[in-house]
Unconditional design. Structure first.
Length: 217
């Protein structure tokens, strides 16, 4: 008799990265009607743990990579800030693509990316930043370096409460994600926006063909 699988959700008992026993609720699974065995994709367990972390901290799951990129220390630079919103867009994009190359992207949340004049942009980035600011987890300000309107950028920083939450999140995720977050921030943080723009155009030319929406410095 051929097995027939039905889609269900189930609770999964596992341990987190600190060795603590946890129970993840409503994880997608497949049930074999022939023998009642239940099959769970490990990536769904990972994302279930991330979703639970987000719920415990009253944030969206896709906020987690954003907060952790702000928290990560890029070499000798200051913890808790990204000086260009443009850089944040590209860090989030490269984090997703780098994890995808290692087959880990399914286990870590990311926003959808949409075309823009200067490269891919997270679809919900503006509302996410606004919400995190309303929750007092981040602060933003404009930095100006020239007389032209475009000679400015939005600088984003973690607040004290944001650092507390980001530190807790950092301690709760696996090393594969920490390593990639650090590598992504180290690669992009020191570069000027023009260099980053040329890099993303060169490495991902498929995004360049249909740019429609203006990006933000």
């Amino acid at each position: 008799m051929q097995s027939v699988f039905i889609e269900i959700s189930t609770d999964v008992k596992t341990v987190n990265v600190n060795g603590e026993e946890i129970t993840l609720r409503n994880i997608p699974a497949l049930k074999d009607e022939k023998n009642n065995k239940i099959y769970v994709d490990p990536a769904d367990v990972l994302i279930g743990e991330i979703n639970q972390l987000a719920e415990e901290n009253n944030i969206e799951a896709r906020d987690i990579p954003l907060l952790l990129l702000l928290y990560a220390v890029p070499g000798p630079f200051k913890k808790g800030e990204i000086q260009y919103q443009y850089h944040l867009h590209k860090m989030l994009f490269y984090l997703w693509k780098n994890l995808e190359k290692q087959n880990y992207s399914k286990g870590f949340p990311h926003d959808e990316f949409i075309p823009a004049d200067r490269g891919p942009v997270p679809e919900h980035i503006d509302e996410d930043l606004e919400k995190l600011q309303e929750q007092s987890l981040i602060s933003t300000k404009y930095r100006r370096w020239g007389s032209r309107e475009k000679d400015q950028s939005k600088e984003i920083s973690l607040t004290k409460q944001g650092i507390i939450i980001a530190n807790s999140l950092w301690d709760s995720i696996g090393d594969i994600f920490k390593d990639e977050i650090l590598r992504t921030k180290n690669d992009i943080f020191p570069l000027n926006p023009k260099t980053v723009r040329h890099m993303v155009h060169r490495e991902y030319p498929e995004f360049k063909k249909s740019y429609k929406k203006e990006d933000v410095a």
